[in-house]
Every structure is written in C-alpha cells, then in structure tokens.
Design a protein. Structure first.
Length: 568
C-alpha cells in the first residue's frame, strides 16, 4: 500500500543547523527501489529540482540573451521554459530505465540520476553563433544550424554507449577529463564576472562599434579607454562602456551598484552554508538567486528600477516546447568542437554514475552498474538528440545531485520521477520564466560566477585522482591547462574579430559574404571550424591533453644510486 507521509523525520531535513554545534539528528536511508511515501517523494524531488534549476536556466538564457537575440524577451523566456520541461521529461525516463526489445541493452540508468541542460556546450554555442552572425546569418538561423549539427554529433555518444566502460576509461583517463571540466569552468567563470560587472554585452562590445562612435574606422588599433578594458565606450560616459541589461538602470560597467547586487547573492550563499538546514543547503543556488532578485526588486538607482514589471506581466500563463521554431540546418565548423564536447560528457557521465552508485550505497563492481552506465550514456546521447529536435540544448547527467542524495539519505527513484514532474511544472508555468528573464545581469552574474566556478572545482576533483607526482601527468596538465587558461584570459589571440566582423589577423579571410572576398566558402568553413576550436578553451585544452596522453611514454622507474639497477 502506498503511504502518504510514513514516519519520515522531516525535522532532520528542515531544521536549521548551528555552525559551531554538532548535530545528533539521524535520517532514514531510502534505497533506489524502496517504497517512498508520496509526500516524502515530492519533498525529495523538490530538493533535486531546486538543486538543478540554477544550472538548468543559465545555458539557454545566456545563449538566447547574449548570442541569439538580446532584445527578444519572448525567446529568452521560451528557452528557459523549454530547458526545464525537457530536463523534467528526460529525468523521468532516465530514472525508470527501459529494456531495448530483443537485446541485452537498456535506455536509462534505473537510478536517481537526473538529466539537465549541459554547461559544456555553452561556449561552443556562443562562439559558433557569434561567428555565423558575423557572416550575415540571423540569430535564429544560427541557433537552428547549431541544433541540426548537435543532432548529428549526438550520435557519437550513442555509439560510445555500447563501448565497454573500461576501454573508455583507458582512452580518457582522469588527467584528460579533469582538464576538460576545469577549462569549461574557467572559461565560464570569466563570463560570470562580466555579468556581475553589469553584463557580458557591455563587457565585450566589438571594437567596430567603438570605431563607428569615434570615427576610427579604417585607422587600426584597439580602444583602451580610462577603464582599460578594451571595451567600446558610450558617448558622454567618460570613455566607459554602459550596461543596459539591468532593468531601467543604465550605468558604466563595474559600477558599485552592480557589484553590490551581485555580492548579495554570494552573501546569501555563505549564510545558507552557515545556518541553513539540509533542505536549504541543497537549494542554496535558487535561494541565493531569489534573495539577490528580492534585493534588486526593492532597490533603485536615481529613481530607476533594476526589476521592471513588464517582462513578468507580458509572459504567457503557460507554455510548452515547440512554441518557438528555428530553421534546422548544419554548420560544419562546429562539428569538431561538438564531438569533443560529447566525448567529454561521455566520460563525465561515467564518473557521475559511479558517484551516484556510491552515494546510493550500491555496488560499483556489479553487472547492474555496467548496465546503468550503458543505459545512462545511451540516454545522454538520445536525449541530446531529442532536445535539439525540441529546440533545446544538449543534455547530460547532473553531478551536483549526488550531493543531494548524500545529504538527504534518499536514493529512491521515486524522488527522481517527482523531480522530473516538478521541473515540468516549473517550465509549463511560464510566469516563472518571466521572473527569471527579468533578473538583472549583475544578479545573474553573482550566481553564475559561483555556479561556473563549481564546475572548475569538479574538474579539480577529477584531476586530483590522477598521480600528480608523475612527470608525464604534470607535463600533460601544464601544457593543456596553460594553453586553455591562456585562451580564457586572452580570447582574441586566435580569433580577434574587433577590427571588422568575421576576420582575424591570425587567419585573414573576409569570406564569401562580403564584396571582394579573398577566400571561398569551403575555405572559410575550414577556417571557422579551426578558429572555434582554438578559441574555445576546453576544446583546445582537451585536444592537447588527449594528444599528449596518446604520445607521451610512461615515466621511467626511479631507483636509488648504488643499486644493481643503478650500476647497470
């Protein structure tokens, strides 16, 4: 008989903690197939949903707002809702697990393992869409081409799902996958800081805009105004860039008002860790984000609002996927970076599922574990294909939810199904997307800086499992991280497009979309693909790590001088 409440100790989950005290409370542990009471399943599912929401909304919101259509609020709200809905559907399917008729293979993990929109594809989408827009494509056309390309590249993970996990581990050891994840986090953290300062758009205005404002077209050089950012200034601002992604407030990039609002998010994160209950700690991102949103809502700058009401009022009451459409196409230059991204998520998923089994107190040496890995990789690949077909970005397993399992002591798949239902509900109620899209860039920046750096820390944890005393591993780490972090710090070294849209001194090519083109369409496609690879930190870093792992010999054995081996 299904119970409504059971005898679960909600006090252990919900009461706040004392930072200097020692807890004596105990919690019941629910295994993956235990009959979880309905109310407990709903509460636990809400925990997982809250732990995911912050990560789910960022990639589609960032791509739509800063790459596809800055002024199109409807598209931004749709992208957020679509991400939530699709992640909910895929999470439910993943937790249930289905046998593939006539085979020994399965779809899904059969564990409390959630799927959500992946951070790993965000920099590739941004770079590729930016390149296509410089060639004359609209934002919607460029996004549609990336969706079609993703469908093709997702088949790589489908194929890899049938490769034994031990072979994948040997091909992509911790030193390689750790580099990839760290560089994803490093590149995105730099973007998060730009939001915090007022917005990525005003932090990355093209040199061409500056040239148009100051009449410098054709004179060469790069603008470095009083703020020394290389950002195109705004007339009358004393040479500083102005940010207009914070409601009705328009101030220079890095203004104290922006910094303070972003810091309010970080402050709440710290307070939740000090005093919050296990429930609050698992939902720390969404709690901190809502607190920053509240502070912004009651704040004013020279009488102007940081959070105007129009975006929420104009949002539809309900929505669903496919409400918006994009012309599906194919963009060859993005293929190699996307394939690398799917390789990275493949190995990352194996590590995530290992952590899920350990947190769920299940045997990682069992046949069930191997089946879960195969089913998990297959669901990653097919769900990424389905997400692109439904106008969403690729999906992958969310590792932070393993921490939720460890804290709540609940590994029941019922909680995962309830998590999916909560995510669908949050997505369908599109007023929620209206709230999210009305958040000032600086508040989003305070949250994403923490969230993105968490990705870096996850990669650091993976690298720490490798032998860093090994000379070979240190060489791999130093070279791949050196180049990757260098590109993060100076992204225009290979792809400097400030002088004129679409060209770069590293590989000049005005392209077939302009008069007097000096290269063919095919040549430009090859050039753009290589530049996207070179200017995406984790793509070039991962490729270097894979190459070095393949060619470098293992370390020589070290023996003491004077031994027989030493004399020989």
């Amino acid at each position: 008989m299904v119970q409504l409440i059971g005898n679960f100790d909600f006090a252990a989950l919900c009461l706040p903690t004392v930072p200097w005290g020692k807890s004596t409370r105990k919690m019941q542990f629910f295994r993956k197939d235990d009959d979880l009471p309905i109310l407990v399943a709903l509460v636990m599912g809400l925990q997982h949903a809250f732990a995911m929401v912050g990560g789910l909304i960022v990639p589609p919101y960032v791509v739509m707002k800063f790459s596809v259509a800055f002024a199109d609020t409807d598209l931004q709200q749709y992208a957020i809702a679509c991400s939530l809905i699709l992640s909910g559907i895929f999470t439910i399917l993943n937790c249930i697990q289905f046998n593939i008729p006539g085979t020994k293979y399965v779809f899904g993990t059969g564990m409390l393992s959630v799927l959500g929109t992946s951070f790993g594809f965000l920099p590739i989408y941004e770079n590729a869409i930016s390149t296509m827009k410089s060639e004359g494509y609209s934002g919607k056309d460029a996004y549609g081409k990336m969706l079609g390309t993703t469908m093709v590249c997702a088949m790589l993970e489908v194929v890899l799902s049938f490769v034994p996990k031990d072979k994948l581990r040997r091909m992509f050891p911790n030193i390689v996958t750790g580099v990839a994840v760290m560089l994803i986090g490093a590149g995105l953290t730099a973007t998060g800081i730009k939001y915090w300062g007022g917005g990525a758009v005003c932090a990355e205005m093209a040199w061409k805009n500056n040239a148009q404002v100051y009449g410098l077209v054709g004179k060469g050089g790069t603008w470095f105004g009083p703020d020394q950012t290389g950002v195109a200034p705004f007339p009358g601002s004393g040479g500083r860039s102005m940010c207009d992604g914070n409601g009705d407030v328009i101030k220079p990039f890095g203004s104290p008002e922006y910094i303070a609002l972003g810091f309010s998010v970080v402050l709440m994160l710290i307070l939740v860790e000090l005093f919050g209950s296990p429930f609050m700690k698992n939902a720390n991102v969404i709690i901190a984000l809502l607190f920053g949103y509240f502070v912004a809502g009651v704040s004013r700058a020279e009488g102007n609002k940081f959070v105007p009401d129009t975006k929420i009022e104009n949002a539809e009451p309900i929505t669903f996927a496919w409400v918006e459409n994009f012309p599906i196409g194919f963009y060859g230059p993005a293929v190699l970076p996307l394939l690398i991204a799917f390789l990275v998520t493949t190995v990352e998923t194996i590590g995530d599922l290992t952590a899920t089994y350990e947190a769920s107190e299940e045997d990682t040496e069992s046949e069930e574990f191997d089946k879960s890995v195969q089913g998990g990789l297959l669901s990653d690949g097919l769900c990424s294909f389905a997400a692109a077909l439904a106008t969403g970005m690729p999906n992958t397993t969310f590792s932070q939810n393993n921490g939720v399992i460890a804290l709540t002591k609940c590994a029941s798949r019922r909680a995962g199904v309830c998590c999916g239902l909560w995510l669908i509900a949050l997505g369908v109620l599109s007023k929620i997307s209206g709230i999210i899209s009305s958040m000032p860039d600086c508040v989003v920046g305070g949250m994403t800086t923490f969230l993105f750096c968490n990705v870096f820390v996850s990669g650091l944890s993976v690298v720490s499992k490798a032998d860093l005393n090994s000379r070979r591993n240190r060489i791999i780490l130093a070279i791949s991280m050196g180049v990757g972090l260098g590109v993060t710090a100076v992204p225009w070294i290979f792809g400097d497009q400030r002088a004129s849209g679409g060209t770069t001194p590293f590989w000049p090519c005005t392209g077939p979309f302009r008069e007097g083109a000096d290269c063919s369409k095919g040549e430009r496609g090859i050039r753009d693909g290589i530049l996207i690879l070179l200017t995406t930190p984790y793509s070039i870093g991962t490729l270097l790590a894979m190459f070095l792992h393949a060619i470098l010999p293992t370390d020589m054995e070290v023996v003491g001088y004077g031994t027989d081996a030493g004399k020989a």
